[in-house]
Design a protein around this ligand. Structure first.
Ligand SMILES: [Zn+2]
Length: 461
């Protein structure tokens, strides 16, 4: 079994020793060999090399050069049922994590679950068949297969045929113009319009607390309009909140995407950044976009959101099973948590209570190795095709149906530790939905034992 080692150490590229614990860098070592993966570097072309104009060739390049991502199982060590995502107080730790010490580093040794390629293997097979032209009539008999063919056409027509244009618009995320007043909103709008909407040829809504409005895409290259609306997902019996970006095909068939939010810690870091010179600040800002995804407050929201979305998709499939003749229910549901340049993938299986997250954060870009040199400059970045393909597969999870092997399910069943009674699961199934307002429950017979049990878990910490 492959084991991964998570380590925490202080970045050495700049004069950071002893300053700002929030700017810590996480690296992953593959054990027992000493293969080192830095999360800011990625093998692959950085300067734009001749990108094939033919979209099938582009897909072939993405499949052949796919950089796999390994997932690690996590369990909940504390949580509160019933409040919003932001109030969920969830803490997680790797399943069976063994703390080890070596020199100045602390290692957590965890058993890896599976890789993205293995979990989404049906999606890779179908993409390969599509570019090889090997789809026989028997392959497209079911409506599910038809849906996947449509999704592949959408990927080609909506995104890949115009990849250079969308890449140009998305590059502004890396270098936000000085006049932008709300950088978080700017990043959300660009990702929503030029990535998630175009990959699936679907409509998007950005969730807000205020009334519905339309706005122009901030890229200044297209004339697309972006819709804002008060939007929530969840159940008062579990958790609920606003997904930052909602991508939807129909009224209730959606993809929910989460972005991290800055907090007090970030304000401290802004003060800290002033102590560094310009080049060092650029490096630290990029690191920061990665670190913010793993802030405890953001991880808590993402886990609550991922579990809630998994229950939502289960209820959705239950409602639509008869209408669309859906078979082989999907239970492993992905949530994308993206900070602009970096992203994490949370996978939750509500049937088997298994929570997975990628071991190492993933970049949207082919990353250069930043150096503090006199001729320091940012060359033009290119989109990482492996990341693009992963987004497309996750957004089509209802048709691709990602799954773990029987052996992994057997090994990890109930490892997340969200031990909900049958009654509570039924209550969640009946109430989990998309709506504008949620009203916190008063304690009652069903939920009360869970508040007690939860306190017991928390008091053990
Ligand atoms: Zn635009």
């Amino acid at each position: 079994m492959t084991r991964y080692v998570l380590t925490h150490n202080v970045p050495t590229t700049c004069k950071m020793a002893g300053k700002g614990h929030h700017l810590l860098k996480t690296v992953v070592k593959k054990c027992p060999h000493s293969v080192f993966y830095s999360k800011f570097t990625r093998e692959g072309p950085y300067k734009k090399v001749g990108r094939p104009q033919n979209v099938s060739e582009l897909i072939r390049q993405a499949i052949d050069g796919f950089e796999d991502v390994t997932f690690v199982p996590y369990r909940l060590v504390g949580y509160r049922l019933g409040p919003s995502f932001t109030q969920s107080s969830i803490e997680i730790e790797p399943v069976d994590g063994q703390v080890k010490h070596k020199g100045i580093h602390t290692y957590i040794s965890v058993p890896a679950a599976e890789g993205f390629h293995s979990i989404f293997k049906d999606g890779f097979e179908r993409l390969q068949q599509s570019i090889d032209g090997n789809i026989s009539s028997s392959d497209t008999e079911s409506s599910n297969e038809d849906n996947l063919e449509d999704s592949i056409s959408d990927l080609k027509a909506g995104f890949l045929r115009k990849i250079d244009f969308h890449e140009k618009c998305l590059q502004e995320i890396r270098d936000i113009p000085w006049h932008i007043q709300e950088p978080e909103l700017f990043v959300t709008e660009l990702l929503a319009n030029h990535l998630f909407s175009k990959l699936t040829m679907s409509s998007i809504v950005i969730a807000t607390d205020y009334c519905t409005k339309l706005s122009k895409c901030p890229c200044s290259r297209c004339n697309d309009t972006i819709q804002f609306s008060k939007f929530g997902i969840g159940s008062e019996w579990l958790w609920y909140g606003a997904p930052d970006i909602v991508v939807y095909k129909s009224d209730d068939e959606i993809n929910s995407i989460a972005l991290p939010h800055s907090n007090e810690d970030e304000k401290e870091d802004k003060e800290l950044l002033k102590e560094f010179d310009f080049e060092e600040q650029q490096i630290l800002k990029v690191q920061k976009q990665s670190e913010i995804l793993r802030y405890p407050s953001n991880v808590s929201q993402f886990v609550a959101h991922a579990i809630t979305f998994s229950y939502y998709q289960k209820a959705f499939q239950h409602r639509h099973r008869k209408i669309e003749n859906l078979q082989n229910n999907l239970s492993l549901v992905p949530l994308i948590a993206i900070s602009g340049n970096f992203f994490d993938i949370y996978l939750y299986d509500c049937e088997n209570d298994i929570l997975l997250r990628n071991a190492n954060q993933i970049s949207l870009w082919n990353e250069p190795e930043f150096k503090c040199l006199a001729d320091f400059e940012f060359p033009e970045p290119t989109l990482n095709l492996s990341s693009v393909i992963m987004f497309w597969m996750m957004m089509n999870h209802l048709t691709i149906k990602p799954s773990l092997s029987d052996e992994t399910v057997l090994r990890l069943k109930k490892s997340c530790g969200l031990d909900l009674s049958v009654e509570l699961q039924k209550a969640i199934g009946k109430t989990v939905k998309l709506k504008k307002n949620f009203y916190p429950l008063q304690s009652c017979d069903i939920i009360e034992p869970y508040f007690s049990q939860m306190c017991k878990v928390e008091s053990q910490q």
